[in-house]
Design a protein around this ligand. Structure first.
Ligand SMILES: C[S@@+](CC[C@H](N)C(=O)[O-])C[C@H]1O[C@@H](n2cnc3c(N)ncnc32)[C@H](O)[C@@H]1O
Length: 309
């Protein structure tokens, strides 16, 4: 029988210390505080074999979130597996910006639609829906907002639906399978007065994907990360779909929030201007000071003769 202290000594130079604490705690089904304060605790045979199974996965580079089976994002818990990207802390900026946008509305919007494209584990749309349901400031939009999300991966959508249930917003969000906006257009689900679209689509260029760490390349789905055309093919296609949408539907405006990789700022701005020449893309930095989210407001009009974009 080994104690927590003996296990820590044996592995502390092999993996990150925080990961080690987390995996010991997970094998014992106890908190990290317990691990820190009980070095003398003796693990049972079952706990040791459980720990060894987990640590071997980590030593092979598997992300800790896949080993634990969940990840915290925007204060909520999300189930993750090999079909979903592990939600990144920098994506919280996108959630924050959408919530700020809504809280700054001068008057409540009678029919607001929020659509998350490439929802993965559902982290973005679930965090937004949860905040709107529970945040005092957003009471005004509580019953007048429709939440929609799409993903091309059916497996990811299965996880997203579980996460919606886990966080108590499954009755609020409609998940559809398909390519970008297409499933909503087919199902004629996009007729709100105002539309907010969020997208954290695959945006790694070939070079950046190739140089990504093993944790990412070997374990996270390539279809969630890589995009041709310098990482911008998915965004080009999305913008083109929105352009069609703005001609055929009745939205007064579409506000788009896109997450991107810092070095794509100039290319992304050019792409947006080439499709929507009259828009002024706004760029926001994440907490690490890197360009991360682009906001674009696209004004649409009911008739093609009055179109502004
Ligand atoms: C970078 S991951 C982001 C996942 C999640 N939104 C997040 O923030 O962690 C991109 C997601 O887009 C999905 N995806 C890729 N191509 C797509 C497409 N053409 N239409 C819809 N979703 C797509 C992938 O399956 C993946 O779940």
């Amino acid at each position: 029988m080994l104690t927590i202290q003996e296990i820590t000594e044996a592995y502390k130079n092999k993996i990150d210390f925080l990961d080690l604490e987390i995996l010991i705690a997970n094998s014992l089904k106890k908190t990290r505080e317990f691990v820190l304060t009980h070095p003398e605790y003796k693990l049972t045979k079952f706990q040791i074999s459980n720990f060894k199974f987990q640590i071997n996965r980590r030593l092979k580079g598997e992300p800790i979130a896949y080993i634990l089976g969940h990840k915290e994002f925007y204060g909520l818990d999300f189930i993750v597996n090999k079909h979903t990207l592990v939600p990144r802390p920098e994506t919280e900026l996108l959630v924050e910006l959408v919530l700020n946008e809504i809280s700054n509305f001068q008057f409540p919007i009678s029919n607001l639609g929020i659509v998350d494209i490439g929802t993965g584990s559902g982290n973005i749309i679930i965090s937004i829906a949860h905040a709107i349901q529970h945040g005092a400031w957003s009471m005004k939009q509580k019953n007048t907002t429709t939440f929609l999300a799409s993903d091309i991966s059916k497996e990811a959508l299965t996880i997203a639906k579980k996460n919606a249930r886990l966080n108590g917003v499954d009755k609020k969000i409609k998940f559809l399978h398909g390519d970008l906006l297409k499933p909503f257009l087919k199902a004629k689900k996009l007729m709100p007065n105002k539309l907010i679209i969020t997208a954290n689509l695959p945006y790694l260029s070939k070079d950046i994907y190739e140089s990504a760490p093993i944790d990412v390349k070997k374990f996270e789905p390539k279809s969630a990360l890589y995009s041709p055309e310098e990482g911008l093919q998915h965004y080009r296609e999305l913008l083109e779909q929105i352009k069609k949408l703005s001609v055929i539907s009745h939205q007064s405006s579409v506000i788009l929030f896109l997450e991107f990789s810092p070095e794509q700022k100039i290319l992304l701005a050019k792409l947006i201007k080439s499709i929507f020449p009259k828009t002024k893309p706004e760029f926001k930095k994440d907490l690490a000071g890197k360009w991360r989210v682009c906001k674009v407001t696209i004004h649409t009009s009911p008739s093609p003769y009055q179109r502004r974009d």
